[in-house]
Design a protein around this ligand. Structure first.
Ligand code: PMP
Length: 309
């Protein structure tokens, strides 16, 4: 669904609330030419206690940290960004939505050095349903191991959520979709499993969970962190520094993606190989159920994961 079909009308930009169609930038913006921006993706859930941002503090931490390698100074503090986001949700009467903060080098000159380019910052919110399709959460998705590799963390900081990095995600995802799959799995430079284009990945084997380490070119996903904690609380052993070979994908009992957009999505097939029984597996289902129950009715032990609007 395109933005024009959505009932949203306001964007916060550089300290002001502006009309949706007035949130414009110049075509010679540095970030547009060189991908010198950083962003976040956050979800607001309509919990039984009212709309709440999930893991807002962790997303804000990552937002500021993503700017650091690029010396991108975000001239707005946490309180201002929090209040702006809350106000956007309230004003537009959104109950559950996706929140997209972005900061980037703006318009001044087009040398690769952004020294004299101002930092621009914006936040938009809009309703966004299931990222990988309606059936995905229940039935799982078919994925393809991409022929594109992830950049190594010695080439570009893979732990920063940088706009320019997503050309790799786009190439991998579109290659998969052209071949009839829903999403891709991307290997790191050495050929080990890294993550999806916009998701982290978990493997289940003999009742234990495995997910690649932060050193393997992955984003430090906040859903990944949350699922590790939820799974451990459920009594599972979670290996969060795992090295997973391509072949282990095919022999896994279960596989699933995690991400703010994808939430917890089972993977039922990799390339031409069915995973487990070819449907959502029992471990994935239990974790997914616990995760969604928590978002509907936040238990006390995860209370600090919720910021009420
Ligand atoms: N990896 C990549 C490359 C991503 O873009 C995302 C989405 N932000 C994730 C993993 C999952 O991270 P999170 O759970 O914080 O959304």
């Amino acid at each position: 669904m395109g933005f024009d079909e959505m009932d949203v009308d306001t964007i916060w930009m550089d300290g002001e609330f502006v009309d949706w169609e007035d949130a414009q930038i110049h075509v010679l913006t540095h970030g547009l030419h060189y991908g010198t921006g950083i962003f976040e993706g956050v979800r607001c859930y309509d919990t039984e206690n009212g709309p709440a941002l999930f893991r807002w503090d962790a997303h804000l931490d990552r937002f500021y940290q993503s700017g650091e390698p690029y010396e991108l100074e975000i001239g707005h503090d946490r309180e201002e960004l929090t209040e702006a986001t809350m106000e956007l949700i309230r004003r537009q009467e959104l109950e559950s939505c996706y929140v997209r903060p972005i900061a980037f080098y703006g318009y001044n000159s087009l040398g690769v050095s952004p020294t004299d380019c101002p930092t621009r910052t914006a936040i938009a919110c809009w309703p966004w349903g299931t990222y990988l399709g309606e059936d995905a959460l229940e039935k799982g998705v078919e994925v393809m191991v991409s022929s594109w590799r992830k950049h190594s963390s010695s080439q570009i900081p893979t732990n920063a959520k940088t706009t320019g990095l997503y050309v790799n995600s786009m190439l991998a995802g579109e290659e998969a979709r052209r071949n009839g799959y829903t999403e891709a799995i991307v290997l790191d430079k050495e050929g080990y499993v890294a993550e999806g284009p916009g998701e982290n990945i978990f493997l289940v084997r003999d009742g234990e969970l495995f997910t690649p380490a932060l050193s393997q070119s992955i984003l430090d996903g906040i859903t990944r962190q949350s699922v590790i904690e939820v799974a451990r609380d459920l009594g599972y052993t979670v290996h969060d520094q795992a090295t997973i070979s391509r072949g282990e994908l095919n022999t896994a009992d279960e596989l699933f993606f995690t991400g703010t957009a994808a939430e917890v999505t089972p993977i039922k097939q990799v390339d031409n190989v069915e995973i487990g029984s070819g449907t959502r597996g029992p471990v994935t289902e239990e974790i997914q159920q616990t995760f969604f129950d928590m978002l509907e009715s936040p238990p006390e032990k995860y209370d600090d994961w919720f910021t009420y609007v």
